[in-house]
Design a protein around this ligand. Sequence first.
Ligand SMILES: Nc1ncnc2c1ncn2[C@@H]1O[C@H](COP(=O)(O)OP(=O)(O)O)[C@@H](O)[C@H]1O
Ligand SMILES: [Mg+2]
Length: 397
Amino acid sequence: MSKGAESRIAGRRTASATPFDAVIAAHADALTRQLARVGHRLTPPATRRELRRFPTGEAARLIGITDAYLRQLILSDEELEPEKGPAGRRQFTLEQINDVRRRLARTRPAYLRHRRDGEHLQVLAVTNVRGRSGKTTAAAHLAQYLALQGFRVLAVDLDPQAALSGLFGCRPELDVGVSQTLYGAVRRDGGERPLSALVRPTHFPGIDLVPGHLELMACEHGAVPESLVGRVAAALAGVSTDYDVVVVDCAAQLGGLTLGALCAATGILVTVQPQMLDLAGMSGSLRMTADLLGAVRAAGGDLRHDFLRYLVTRYEPHDGPQTQIVGLLRALFGEQVMTHAVPLSAAIAEAGASGRTLYEAGRESLNRQTYDRTVEALDAVNAEIAGQIAQAWGRAA
Ligand SMILES: Nc1ncnc2c1ncn2[C@@H]1O[C@H](COP(=O)(O)OP(=O)(O)O)[C@@H](O)[C@H]1O
Ligand SMILES: [Mg+2]
């Protein structure tokens, strides 16, 4: 090495009088201050977001009655007054749909799908240690499907990247303060708060959110000691009377919080992309999951799983190799591979790119044929999961 190069390297070593952690900390502070000043200009405010309205046919279908009966109900009940949309067509909000359900339930309780005595809170953990395997997409569509059916849903974002929160209009950098994630409910250093203080309403009636934020990483770096597993379950137990189903979107790693969610879960949904590489990664992560759950059980952990299902996502049914992989999965895992799959769909990607699910986007906003076909597939997936929930509750399917 030349003399010049040597001294340049040496010079670099000695020049950094300030350690880099301090430099990075200063950068973080400067950026935080600047964002606080201009943040509201960089991203539009999340508060004004509202769920779309539902035409009579769609509303009737969601409630489980005929169009004609819904029209008749509106005429006979002055308090039910859906707005008229374009072309004079009636448009229902989801609150109004739930209102109709409550009225109908006075004589036939089954119109309200809420949990009844003896039916335990369902906690569904959506997991896979690979990123971009469609976890968040599956979790968001599941939560919204259940809310559209009239269930009271709590969505919990356990991913520091907070993609699920984003789909509910929550911007972690601006809208989530310290200890406002599940971390706030499981830490034990004086900063803890009950989960009920951390849930926030969303623009989607029937869904509350515990948002994600980078602070969730603190749980993976020793800031929260052992017994995280029991704490996640205890935190959820604290809000159990308010909800029928909790949908947990796990991070793409088998850390303490994911393990906590898997242990608190009554239902585990493992998303799988039908690709050889995904299967290869999955074998290792399944082994590790099994070992961790086994250790929790051996330590006296209270595991009460009702079901485990593999959900094939981003599926292209006309792709030969993918079909073979799904066949292989069915041969290996049997009925635990869900019958229905989430198709790879431009409509899902497009809606996702604008921060929405397909349920929210509505059929007007996209190519109708693609939209209808994809929603039908998503409905089938989610109805299958709802069937598992009903079974866990001992209800007739
Ligand atoms: N079935 C699908 N069809 C098309 N795009 C999808 C589908 N599922 C997910 N995506 C897109 O792929 C990206 C990653 O999906 P996401 O659900 O966030 O995965 P994960 O949570 O596992 O990281 C997102 O941009 C999402 O919109
Ligand atoms: Mg995700």
